[in-house]
Design a protein around this ligand. Structure first.
Ligand code: GLY
Length: 566
């Protein structure tokens, strides 16, 4: 079947069909809709977003409502205590990016995670000092102020209802919350909010979050001032002061979400629109697409070892550049963004890829620090085909796990995305390069890659995923699946994924994602192949240009997701 579908070399040479086999379910049916579509990691939140579209709201309205609902129903990563990025492409007009990444509080400095000169990982990743100044409320409000059409309070209202009246805990959420109880025990307000007096919630129980409802009410009534000033700000400052955290009311009041020019590229005639720094995602994605454009992936065959080799070699090079060059653009005058996304630079990189043999990553004494696989993404398209790709995060699942008493929301541990300290690069996984060291007001480097593709001036595809550094490669593969292999949105999401990040020098391959023969062929080319669990949770929408129907691809790698549309 696969050989017939992706005719090419494989159709001519039958044994290659075996190498090309991979468990994409050809014919997996996407959700189809004409009025509008919202795809997110919570079916309740997607329903909230689509109800806004049904009521005449636009993609920004729906994205804002969905994001607030996710802060209630998907506490793993949905948030008001974290940050994120939103890429907006109106069907008519210029695309724009909104940056609501967390910032380092004023008391931050590059050596803030050293104790007596020794790096303290707990302090960096799991403490009140790991909390960055949250950006989500300011960012959602900025996008709404510039493009929303429904009253702000109406968009927050469904989240308030879900928090106040509660919602049924799913099996997925029950399992996830139960696993967090040992962490929540450190923080009484977190334990009270996410357990039944210390006992785990069971599937079917109702989870009510009254403090969160009140925090959301203040946001609904006062906009960002209801979060960055007044009672919420006071409660956050009190919690920080009591536990060695740095965030003050002055930090909160000073937070500004930023409007940024999108990163643009082209891939086989499609316009690619993605997130600029402080995300590394857009630049790395465009860089990889530029390199891959020079290879005939379709002819090699979906899932072929040859393609996986070329894709992995491309990933290796983009991640090396990411480590060398990228950080907060407001703190790095010499960030070579234009060079990294240039076609001629890609051609130079392509020439260094041997068609049959793996190259080696240098230096060998460097490994990336651990980064959480959490974060969440939502894709929205409305009746006019305005589109939003929004990725948001608390960094780790449930972030710092800290709920400041009285606030009802989890705080991020995003400061862990800054480098450990000056010169601390080592074989154990620390990185100390300058562009991403902490400084007051600075945004930490991210991998979130909310992305939109257009063709001939019309929307074509919306994509994004959680997954730490794997995000960039997951998004890349959803695009290749649709553009190079002609998959529908669901097939593109179902397809197996790989990840190479320069160092460690190996390809992570989803277990069951590709055949044993394919992995053997990769090893024969000199790659170290490491089978892993699932990679990312992509939420994809594709617009069929012939029918104007929207196709939603929902990722079953995680429970509870939903594609809501009609
Ligand atoms: N914390 C995950 C990211 O920003 O990429």
């Amino acid at each position: 079947m696969r050989c017939l579908r992706f005719a090419g070399v494989a159709a001519v040479v039958p044994w290659l069909c075996v190498l090309a086999l991979a468990p994409v379910h050809a014919g997996s049916v996407p959700v189809r809709a004409s009025l509008g579509l919202v795809v997110s990691q919570s079916d309740l939140a997607s329903d909230v977003g689509f109800a806004v579209i049904k009521d005449g709201g636009n993609a920004i309205d729906a994205a804002v409502a969905t994001a607030f609902a996710l802060a209630v129903t998907h506490p793993t990563a949905g948030n008001i205590g974290g940050g994120g990025f939103l890429v907006y492409r109106p069907e008519h007009g210029e695309p724009v990016a909104y940056d609501f990444r967390e910032t380092a509080p004023a008391g931050s400095h590059p050596e803030m995670w050293l104790k007596d000169g020794v790096y303290d990982k707990e302090l960096h990743h799991n403490s009140h000092r790991a909390v960055g100044v949250p950006g989500s409320v300011a960012g959602l409000h900025l996008a709404w102020r510039e493009h929303g059409s429904k009253p702000w309070a109406d968009l927050v209202a469904p989240a308030i209802r879900l928090a106040r009246d509660g919602f049924e805990v799913t099996h997925g959420l029950a399992r996830s919350l139960a696993a967090q109880i040992p962490h929540f025990r450190k923080y009484p307000a977190s334990l009270a909010q996410f357990t039944r007096a210390g006992d785990p919630y069971r599937a079917g129980d109702i989870l009510r979050q009254p403090d969160l409802a009140r925090s959301l009410e203040r946001i609904a009534e006062q906009g960002p001032a209801g979060f960055y000033e007044g009672e919420t700000a006071l409660l956050l400052e009190k919690e920080m002061a009591a536990h060695g955290g740095l965030i003050t009311r002055a930090d909160l009041k000073a937070y500004v979400a930023k409007k940024r020019a999108v990163v643009r590229g082209t891939y086989r005639g499609y316009d690619v629109i993605s997130m600029p720094p402080p995300s590394s995602g857009g630049i790395a994605l465009v860089q990889m697409l530029n390199v891959l454009e020079g290879f005939d992936l379709a002819a090699n065959g979906y899932g072929s070892a040859q393609n996986l080799h070329l894709i992995a070699e491309t990933m290796r090079r983009a991640f090396a550049d990411r480590a060398r060059h990228l950080g907060d653009p407001d703190f790095a005058a010499d960030l070579p963004a234009a060079r990294l996304v240039a076609k001629d630079y890609a051609a130079e990189l392509r020439r260094t890829i041997h068609p049959q043999r793996a190259s080696r990553s240098e230096p060998t004494s460097f490994a990336w620090p651990a980064e959480s696989q959490e974060t969440t993404h939502l894709s929205v398209v409305d009746a006019r085909r305005n589109a939003v790709a929004l990725t948001t995060t608390l960094e780790a699942g449930y972030g710092s796990r800290i709920v400041a008493p009285g606030t009802g929301f989890l705080l991020n541990n995003e400061m862990g995305d800054f480098n450990a300290g000056p010169g601390l690069t080592d074989a154990e996984g620390l990185i100390g390069t300058a562009p991403n060291l902490a400084a007051p007001g600075k945004r930490m480097l991210s991998s979130m890659t909310p992305t939109i593709l257009a063709k001939d001036g019309r929307l074509f595809m919306v994509t994004g995923s959680p997954g730490g550094r794997t995000i960039i490669n997951t998004v890349l593969m959803t695009i290749l699946n649709v553009v190079d292999f002609g998959m529908n949105a669901q097939e593109a999401v179902d397809g197996g994924r790989i990840h190479h990040q320069w160092l460690p020098d190996r390809i992570n391959v989803e277990r069951y994602g590709f055949s044993a023969d394919t992995l053997a062929a990769l090893r024969a080319r000199g790659h170290t192949v490491n089978e892993t669990g699932s990679q990312g949770v992509a939420e994809v929408i594709v617009l069929d240009p012939k029918t104007n129907l929207l196709e939603g691809g929902l990722d079953r790698r995680a429970p509870d997701g939903g594609a809501s549309g009609k």
